[in-house]
Design a protein around this ligand. Sequence first.
Ligand code: F6P
Length: 324
Amino acid sequence: IEKIGVITSGGDAPGMNAAIRAVVRACAYYNIECVGAYRGYQGLIEGDFKILSPRHVSNIINRGGTILKSARSSEFRTKEGRAKAYKEIKKAEIDALVLIGGDGTFTGGMIFNEEYHFPCIGIPGTIDNDIYGTNFTIGYDTALNTVVDVIDKIRDTASSHNRLFFVEVMGRDAGFIALNAGVGAGAEEILIPEEDLGLERLLEALKRSKRSGKSSSIVVVSEGDKIGKNVFELADYVEENLPQYEVRVSVLGHMQRGGSPSCFDRVLATRLGVKAVELLLDGQTNLMVGLLNNKVETTELDHAVKGKHHINKELLRVSDIMSI
Ligand code: F6P
């Protein structure tokens, strides 16, 4: 292997730049070339490449977003799109790929590997933390800190006005952000996709909290929760059924994907980036690098995609106890 290509694909996440930097510098350390492709798989299809040397990645370890830009390429999902990408990759003399992203990114890599036997290693980068084979994905810790910081601010105004706030957080199919930020920010209730607690239970819990003398409350709602109402409908429903509450809604949205990565995410990204390059140099392919019990470990890409990273249900119980 003499030249490694790197892409960031899918939803961006803070720490992706730190991962790119680690890949680029590890390549330089091992005397091989590194090429970045812009906008994920789309850049491979269009041959939109840039040679990356160690100085190209100076001063990016602290920056959110991704200098390589990101996209969800629909063209790469087609056979023709992948054929174009292969042609461009060969033309650029790239021998292997490091794919930074989530399960969509890894699925693309697996199909590409199946069709062209092209070496690919995945690095998990998504704020959702919904990847099997790693305790933490790059960007998750930063997103948690962002959410806790914002909920602290919402708490100030909620408390001044004696209001109940529903705060919607990201996590398409996974409740990691809601659950952990909810516990960290002292939420009254936490609604996640993995556990449908039901509307009745929510109303009961809110009634109880009012009776116990609480004047304001925060309910953290994951965007993928299973309660069957969107956050605005939910807020209306609660206000209709519990007129003692004045309710407001705050949807945090894409602010959760931005910002300077936390130290944890920078270190994680750096460790995983170095390992990804080393695996490729060792002739390995179709693996994802991840952190398990604070050790860098590998998981088959196939397992990373199909496996389920379970939330820690113990946290729901802990949150319940705290809501007394
Ligand atoms: O997967 C990361 C994520 O931020 C999810 O939490 C969210 O549902 C989705 O991406 C939003 O995607 P987009 O940026 O394409 O709207």
